[in-house]
Design a protein around this ligand. Sequence first.
Ligand SMILES: [Zn+2]
Length: 141
Amino acid sequence: MSEQRQSKEQYNTLLARIRATRPEAVTTTEDRLKLPEPKTMVSGKKTYWINFIEFPNILRRDPAEFLNYFRSQLAINASIENGRAIFMGRPDKHSFSALVSRYLKERVICPVCNSPDTHLEKVKQLLSIVCEACGARSAAK
Ligand SMILES: [Zn+2]
């Protein structure tokens, strides 16, 4: 066993211990979801989000709903083409990853039990996060 591996195991043991004592303090839901970094490319006046489709796929969200979130948050028109999202503007590169995190908080993670195993339901224009782990229904933003 390499030293590096060993220290990683020690770290994991430590992490497990911290989690056991302070379960509410550590949330690694984002790690659990294993989301990639948004890969974007600017060309002319457009911004291409190359690996866009991976996000709604991993999060089990409707790509159109997912894109809509970014469209309204960035106030930029956008469309999906061959799995890429094309934004009609040049938003800051970092705003994509920041908005992915915000999307997770507002529309994926169950606020009751922190589970990422949720889905969205829309009833009378009201968007709710329905948790498949604890059954809670919470308002999405
Ligand atoms: Zn829950």
